[in-house]
Design a protein around this ligand. Structure first.
Ligand SMILES: NC(=O)c1ccc[n+]([C@@H]2O[C@H](COP(=O)([O-])OP(=O)(O)OC[C@H]3O[C@@H](n4cnc5c(N)ncnc54)[C@H](O)[C@@H]3O)[C@@H](O)[C@H]2O)c1
Length: 443
């Protein structure tokens, strides 16, 4: 390439990067309403908990919370039977009957206004996460919200600003960060076994077609999102663990990303085979490309690929890959290669790396597996959250992680809509990422 054409290319690149800027994206547009919450410890207490949303996920989280002896005082669900069922579980665990809030979709406001709650767990459909989390923080409660925490950049900022203004934590329940493999690999990467990290890959590849077309649970709301957006609808399960490996928001940060979507076919084909022609769902037009692939560049120059496909036949896979100058780990199935290891270039399993098993899994692994929930990771996550509050330390994951890991949702849509142009990540930490220490999960 001649100097002239190289200059032209660079200029085009810069214009491309600037061409796609959503309103309300930058830190300058979002004046802080309070100081950073990085490292802010919880006030030491045994938290009194309220749960909003006791469908599939909320009920499962409740089982885990009860196994960790959490104190559940109030439950809200717009469907009274769901709340009643959850109440039965609390009573069966030997706790006092929780107060129920079941009078419609805004009754959560009465739950968060109670003055005897410290922590609100939110497991409702995506469009409710932010209004519920914001209301809870404004009423002085800490929040643990399901994934993705937010689906627009404005809402990511709203969570950050409210957390800073109210001095309440808003963590996203990214359970995959607490998996057995993820916690072990996190410790192994931080011990330097893979050298300097260069590349990571995460995904949510899960055949949800049957669930999306079922007339219950997520079938009541999640398919609709496929008629509204084209991009990565669910980035956090793949991205959270990779972000922790790489110290994202902790010495590095997501800088920009590009994204492209394949055509959509999966939901249409499934509908053709399974749904009668008279069904109103035949009026739906699906927009979400089946396979969305995004690439993220970090401030320190590393690269990350994130994928999303829930509309086609395939075994479940989050990829969970991290590669560096000395080796590589890939999941599904878990395998590792470190330069110089026995067996030439053959992969090896994680059996020889038990010394990196996380203390949480050593101590609580048996209970986690007995209680269940994605192989035990859900229990480990909630046990750890309760531990942080009970010991009065900062949470492992805070509102900046919730915002940055959710942001690829809206950013991928923006990039896809602009011919895969690069889009800049907001710096939700307002520069705090440079000073922040490694994830406490790595310890
Ligand atoms: N982390 C994970 O592994 C994981 C797994 C499954 C689901 N999720 C997340 O959990 C959340 C809930 O998913 P789900 O599978 O339980 O869905 P679901 O449809 O089974 O449950 C949602 C519940 O919220 C209730 N609800 C809806 N609007 C409400 C309102 N305004 N007030 C009170 N209750 C309301 C519904 O009645 C229902 O009981 C979603 O964000 C989803 O992405 C996460």
């Amino acid at each position: 390439m001649s100097d002239l054409s190289r200059r032209g290319f660079l200029k085009m690149g810069a214009v491309g990067a600037m061409a796609v800027a959503a309103p309300g994206m930058t830190a300058e547009e979002h004046k802080p309403q309070g100081k950073t919450v990085i490292g802010m410890p919880f006030q030491k207490m045994n938290p009194r908990i309220g749960i909003i949303g006791t469908g599939g996920r909320g009920t499962s989280l409740l089982g885990n919370l009860l196994a960790a002896e959490a104190n559940i005082l109030a439950i809200c669900d717009a469907v009274p039977e769901h709340a009643e069922h959850a109440k039965g579980l609390v009573e069966k665990a030997g706790q006092k009957s929780p107060v129920l809030y079941t009078k419609g979709e805004n009754d959560f406001e009465n739950l968060v206004a109670r003055d005897d709650l410290d922590l609100i767990i939110i497991a409702t459909p995506w469009n409710w996460h932010v209004p519920m989390a914001v209301a809870a923080m404004q009423h002085g409660k800490h929040v643990a919200v399901e994934v993705p925490a937010a689906t627009t950049l404005e809402d990511c900022w709203k969570l950050v600003n409210t957390s800073e203004a109210t001095r309440r934590h808003c963590m996203m329940l990214e359970n995959c960060c607490y998996g057995y493999n993820e916690t072990l690999v996190l410790r192994l990467t931080h011990a330097g076994l893979l050298g300097d990290l260069l590349y990571g890959e995460g995904a949510y590849l899960h055949d949800l077609r049957e669930e999306l077309f079922s007339g219950k649970g997520e079938g009541l709301w999640r398919r609709t999102v496929h008629t509204q957006r084209d991009g990565n609808l669910y980035p956090t399960h793949g991205l959270g663990p990779v972000a922790n490996y790489m110290g994202i928001q902790r010495g590095d940060r997501f800088d920009y990303m590009v994204s492209m979507s394949s055509p959509q076919h999966g939901l249409e084909l499934y509908r053709k085979e399974h749904i009668p022609a008279s069904d109103p769902r035949w009026k739906e037009r699906y927009l979400t490309g089946d396979m969305n692939v995004s690439m993220i560049k970090t401030a320190n120059g590393r690269t990350i690929t994130v994928k999303h496909d829930v509309s086609n036949p395939r075994p479940y896979d989050r990829i969970n890959q991290v590669a560096g100058t000395k080796g590589i780990f890939m999941d599904y199935p878990p395998r590792i290669y470190i330069e110089g290891q026995k067996g030439g270039e053959d992969w090896t399993n994680l059996d020889g790396f038990k010394e990196f098993q996380h203390p949480l899994w050593k101590e609580e692994g048996t209970t986690a597996q007995r209680v269940g929930g994605h192989g035990g990771m859900d229990y480990i996550m909630l046990y750890r959250l309760l531990q942080c509050v009970r010991q009065g330390i900062a949470p492992d994951m805070d509102v900046y992680d919730a915002a940055a890991w959710s942001a690829p949702g809206p950013l991928s849509r923006l990039s896809v809509a602009h011919g895969s142009a690069p889009v800049q990540f907001p710096d939700f930490t307002r520069g705090g990422w440079k000073e922040r220490s490694a994830s406490a999960i790595a310890l």
